[in-house]
Design a protein around this ligand. Structure first.
Ligand code: ZN
Length: 173
């Protein structure tokens, strides 16, 4: 297993639309293992392959406090949504920023699991929010897209500046 590098907004690669997975082979299983390791170490409760610059429709999530409810969703599709919930969301690709986003409170989602089996599942609350957030990543969409242009541009400028400082430090070493 390996910890992968997470792309950060405004990296344009985060805007890539991911392609469907054709076969669940060993390479895909090891990608899933790496996504879990990277997410747990960050730490985060969800991670989409897009965020580590792999443009396949794969995401992982675990909203439990003790890493006991890992979900890997391959080619996820939302079949039904209902209700509205507002959550203060953050994102490993937008470090340090948290903003309220409205999403469906309850979803029914179908996907292929790590074993290659078709699964249909109901999710609500934080897990439902997390799956919707990660599925947005697969479309090249970020939670900051739900904010006003002014707010998004402020975040973009601050993060771009921090990233410049960080790379300047790297050269200085
Ligand atoms: Zn995210």
């Amino acid at each position: 297993m390996a910890k992968l590098t997470i792309l950060e907004f405004p990296d344009p690669r985060l805007r890539t639309r991911a392609s469907p997975v054709e076969t669940v082979d060993d390479g895909l299983k090891s990608l899933i293992d790496d996504l879990f390791e990277t997410m747990y170490e960050a730490p985060g409760i969800g991670l989409a392959a897009t965020q580590v610059n792999v443009h396949k429709r794969v995401l992982v999530a675990d909203v439990s406090a003790d890493k006991s409810e890992p979900y890997a969703l391959i080619n996820p599709v939302i079949l039904e949504k209902d209700g509205v919930t507002t959550t203060e969301e953050g994102c490993l690709s937008v470090p340090g920023y948290y903003e309220e986003v409205e999403r469906a409170e309850h979803i029914r989602v179908k996907f292929i699991d790590r074993l290659g089996d078709d699964v249909e599942m109901e999710a609500e609350g934080l897990l439902a929010v997390c799956i919707q957030h990660e599925m947005d990543h697969l479309e090249g969409k970020l939670f900051v897209d739900y904010l006003s242009e002014a707010k998004r541009s402020r975040i973009r400028k601050k993060l771009a500046k921090e990233q410049r400082y960080r790379s300047a430090d790297a050269v200085a070493l």
